[in-house]
Design a protein around this ligand. Structure first.
Ligand code: ZN
Length: 276
C-alpha cells in the first residue's frame, strides 16, 4: 500500500496514557517498515483530528532495533520425588519481559511465586512422592523459544509429565486455578482446592494453561493449570507501568501458598492424576 510506517492503537485497556507494547511479525514479501504502539488517548486524538478533516502529520522517531540472536537459558530447579522421581509436576513463569517496564507483573511475579512454592516445600522438609520441577522459561515474549526448547529436550519423556502449571496472569489476589484436563482429573483437582478455602483461593476455572507450557502440554496432551488472580493485568503488562509498586507482598504470599499446596498434593497423592 506504500505505507512508510505503522502506528497501532495500544491493545490494552485505556489507562493513563500508557502505550502497550508487543510482538510484530513481518510477512516475508513485505517491506520491514517501522511499527509503533501509541496510547489509546493519543490514538483517539488522532482519530478526532481526522474526523474533523484535519490533515494529520506525524514525525516518528524510534530507537528500537533488531540485534542478532544470543544464547539464553531456561532456569530449572527441582525437588526429586522420594518414590517416583521420574514422574514430574512442572510449575513456572517466564524470566524475560518487555523493556518498557521492569517486568514485575509480567512475569517476574510468576517466577517468584512458583520458585517460592518449591522453597516452601524444602523449608518444611516435605519431599513428595513425585518430582516437583520449577522452570523459569526464557524468551516467552519474543518467540517462545524457551517453551519450545523444553519440549524438544523432553519429547521422549512426555508420558512422565503429570501436569504443568504456569503463573503468567500477574500476581494479584489469587482466586484459585484454571484447569484443562479430563473430567476425572478436574474432580480430583477440585477436591484438592478445598484445602485453599481458608485463603479464598479454592475456585477451579473452566480452562487453564500458559504460553510457555503450551508446546509441551499440546504435544503430550497433558493436564494444564494456571494461577487465577483478581487484578487488571492488561492495564499494566507490556507497559512502562509494569513496576514493583504494583506487587502486594501479601498477594505474593497467598499465591505461593496456593501453588505450594496444590502442587505438593498433586505430586504426593498415591494415585497419579488421570491424563486426558
Ligand atoms: Zn507473560
Amino acid at each position: 500500500m506504500g505505507a512508510v510506517a505503522v502506528l497501532v492503537r495500544s491493545v490494552g485497556p485505556p489507562g493513563l496514557r500508557t502505550p502497550h507494547t508487543g510482538a510484530l511479525d513481518y510477512a516475508p514479501d513485505a517491506p520491514k517498515i517501522p511499527a509503533a504502539a501509541i496510547t489509546v488517548e493519543d490514538a483517539e486524538r488522532l482519530q478526532r483530528m481526522q474526523d474533523r478533516g484535519t490533515q494529520v502529520r506525524v514525525r516518528l522517531k524510534m530507537e528500537a532495533k533488531f540485534l542478532p540472536d544470543a544464547d539464553s537459558f531456561n532456569v530449572i530447579g527441582e525437588i526429586r520425588g522420594r518414590e517416583r522421581p521420574d514422574e514430574v509436576v512442572v510449575i513456572g513463569g517466564h524470566f524475560d519481559s518487555w523493556d518498557v517496564g521492569t517486568g514485575s507483573t509480567d512475569d517476574g511475579g510468576g517466577c517468584v511465586v512458583t520458585w517460592e512454592a518449591l522453597r516452601l516445600m524444602k523449608k518444611l522438609g516435605l519431599r513428595p512422592r513425585r518430582t516437583v520441577r520449577v522452570v523459569l522459561w526464557t524468551n516467552e515474549e519474543n518467540g517462545l523459544r524457551g517453551g519450545q526448547a523444553y519440549l524438544e529436550r523432553h519429547r521422549g519423556d512426555l508420558a512422565n509429565h503429570v501436569l504443568m502449571l504456569e503463573s503468567d496472569s500477574g500476581v494479584f489476589r489469587p482466586t484459585g486455578f484454571g484447569f484443562s484436563g479430563s473430567t476425572a482429573a478436574r474432580a480430583r483437582v477440585k477436591e484438592i482446592a478445598t484445602l485453599l478455602q481458608g485463603i479464598q483461593a479454592d475456585r477451579i476455572d473452566p480452562s487453564g494453561g500458559g504460553a510457555d507450557i503450551g508446546p509441551t502440554v499440546d504435544a503430550g496432551n497433558l493436564p494444564a493449570m494456571s494461577l487465577s488472580v483478581d487484578g487488571n493485568y492488561f492495564l499494566i503488562h507490556h507497559t512502562p507501568a509494569d513496576t514493583i509498586d504494583k506487587i502486594d507482598p501479601m498477594d505474593m504470599s497467598r499465591a505461593s501458598a496456593a501453588i505450594a499446596v496444590m502442587t505438593y498434593v498433586l505430586a504426593d497423592m498415591p494415585e497419579r492424576l488421570r491424563s486426558p
